[in-house]
Write a protein that binds this ligand. Structure first.
Ligand code: HEC
Ligand code: HEC
Ligand code: HEC
Ligand code: HEC
Ligand code: HEC
Length: 383
């Protein structure tokens, strides 16, 4: 008897939920016309893309603690001025919504779906507001001729070009200093000449559905909206090639030539934030484990009015720098050869290693190790 009732309840519950889901499949997601929509609404249909975007740096551009800490600092130093400046790129919907206190949901979505997909153009000469928008139900993107009930679609060349990214990935301060030049570094490279855009490397095609099956007519690949960059060790490892080119002995010195190649990055390494640095290490180890080591730094150094290096993201991004005193970063496809000279008078077998470290988020990139017989080297170079 008891069992019978519960079975009945279960059956009706099943029927009830079946009804609900049939209903919700038909139910239209109501997108607002002349306002930004939350990315969660887009997720209703673009689930696969949403899942990739939602843990990307773009989605976290205001929530990310590294940004937020530095934002609070900048906000304090500048007496609140920073909000308009920083949020222009880190939460660009605020230019329109004026939600500079980040109180609403959309402002906290950072670089959101609707922000990018309602862009019509960019004007890179307007530094305060480079975005040309048309906030409406027309969603612009790379697809031609898709038909959707909930919103219109429009094919957009902008979304296939680096200029879209340049609106935020190029930062010239009010006094004309290039703080971040990722776009111009790319523009001057052979990748730009070949027509290889930011998207080609950062948004490769991956498996997934453009929209959920009930609405989309075909299955096709999507572009990876996770935008992996320097935060991905896998990507970093592919980029830099370190090789020990030559070792030689000159009198009581032992010298090592190491080449470092920016093989896979479409801009300088490091790019973006000047607080990121690359360190090339060279180490010579003797059989008795005596270690000789040396480092070379590849970096861009910006100094402030008082001539000291600006080391805080907040000061740098507020545009407090007055000049760039060093920039020896490695350009796209460039091969740099560095010579390290060690004072090692004894002749013996040594192990030489060379590797690069990425400083900022300390990541170990690559290590190449070579065992060299110094005796043979000696022979060669004593002639
Ligand atoms: C009710 C489902 C639904 C919702 C909600 C929805 N979309 Fe779409 N969207 C689609 C479908 C279906 C397509 C067409 C896919 C195709 O062509 O295969 C599409 C296509 C697109 C395209 C491609 C346009 C092009 O021409 O390249 C973009 C961009 C887009 N949507 C953005 C958004 C954004 C941003 C939101 C949230 C504000 C959103 N969509 C909400 C169903 C939806
Ligand atoms: C509205 C501004 C804006 C636009 C447009 C934009 N980005 Fe970004 N992007 C940012 C911000 C802000 C960050 C840093 C977020 C953070 O870490 O706090 C970022 C971070 C990144 C990163 C760094 C990832 C990492 O792991 O370090 C990559 C890669 C990237 N963007 C690529 C692109 C590409 C490619 C485009 C063009 C398709 C683009 N972005 C368009 C603002 C933007
Ligand atoms: C930084 C800007 C940016 C953000 C944020 C962004 N997109 Fe995109 N999206 C693009 C670009 C650029 C492309 C085209 C890439 C290409 O074809 O090379 C694209 C492509 C698409 C497409 C066409 C299918 C595909 O994958 O190529 C859809 C649909 C889409 N995006 C929806 C979304 C949704 C939904 C969100 C949020 C969850 C989102 N986008 C967030 C820039 C963005
Ligand atoms: C040829 C492929 C390629 C192209 C083209 C390319 N990138 Fe990259 N990008 C990479 C690789 C690989 C990395 C990781 C290594 C590094 O930090 O340079 C990277 C890193 C980044 C980072 C993170 C930097 C860091 O230190 O965390 C940003 C931001 C970025 N790219 C933006 C862009 C933008 C914007 C464009 C277009 C103007 C672009 N990239 C063009 C391959 C490319
Ligand atoms: C012109 C657009 C732009 C402006 C203005 C801007 N940023 Fe950014 N910011 C970016 C981009 C793009 C990145 C990612 C760069 C990269 O990875 O190479 C970034 C990255 C950062 C990061 C590193 C985040 C991380 O997770 O590694 C910090 C911190 C930061 N910005 C702070 C600020 C502060 C504070 C301000 C205001 C004083 C500001 N930014 C203004 C575009 C901007």
């Amino acid at each position: 008897m008891y069992k019978g009732i519960s079975l009945l309840v279960l059956i009706s519950a099943l029927l009830y939920s079946a009804n609900i889901s049939a209903f919700s499949r038909d139910k239209k997601v109501q997108l607002k016309n002349n306002e930004y929509n939350s990315s969660e609404l887009c997720a209703e249909c673009h689930r696969d893309i949403y899942n990739k975007w939602s843990d990307s740096v773009h989605a976290l551009a205001v929530k990310d603690p590294i940004f937020y800490t530095s934002y609070i600092e900048a906000y304090t130093i500048s007496g609140g001025e920073a909000k308009i400046l920083c949020l222009k790129c880190h939460s660009p919907t605020t230019i329109v919504t004026k939600d500079y206190e980040l109180s609403g949901k959309i402002a906290n979505e950072g670089v959101s779906c609707d922000f990018c997909h309602t862009l019509k153009g960019v004007n890179l000469n307007d530094r305060k507001d480079p975005f040309i928008r048309e906030i409406s139900l027309i969603k612009r993107g790379p697809l031609k001729g898709g038909e959707v009930k909930e919103h219109k679609v429009e094919y957009s060349k902008l979304h296939l070009s680096s200029e879209l990214c340049a609106s935020c990935h190029e930062y010239v301060s009010d006094n004309g200093l290039s703080i971040m030049g990722t776009y111009s570094e790319w523009k001057g490279s052979s990748y730009a000449e070949e027509g290889k855009q930011c998207q080609d490397c950062h948004m490769p095609k991956i498996e997934g559905k453009v929209a959920k099956a009930s609405t989309s007519k075909e299955m096709r690949d999507i572009n990876d909206h996770n935008l992996q960059g320097g935060h991905s060790i896998v990507q970093l490892k592919k980029v830099l090639q370190v090789k020990i080119k030559e070792t030689k002995r000159v009198k009581d010195k032992f010298s090592v030539s190491v080449s470092i190649e920016n093989a896979g990055s479409g801009h300088m390494v490091p790019t973006g934030m000047p607080t990121r640095k690359l360190i090339l290490n060279c180490e010579v180890r003797t059989p008795k484990n005596k270690v000789y080591s040396e480092k070379r730094l590849f970096e861009k150094i910006i100094i402030g009015k008082d001539g000291r290096e600006l080391v805080k993201d907040s000061e740098i991004m507020l545009g407090r720098g007055v000049s760039i005193i060093k920039d020896n970063r490695i350009g796209p496809k460039e091969v740099r050869v560095e010579e390290f000279i060690f004072n090692i008078p004894e002749i013996m077998d040594v192990t030489v290693s060379a590797w690069v470290d990425y400083l900022y988020k300390p990541l170990l990139l690559q290590e190449t190790e070579m065992k060299i017989e110094m005796n043979r080297d000696e022979k060669v170079f004593s002639r």
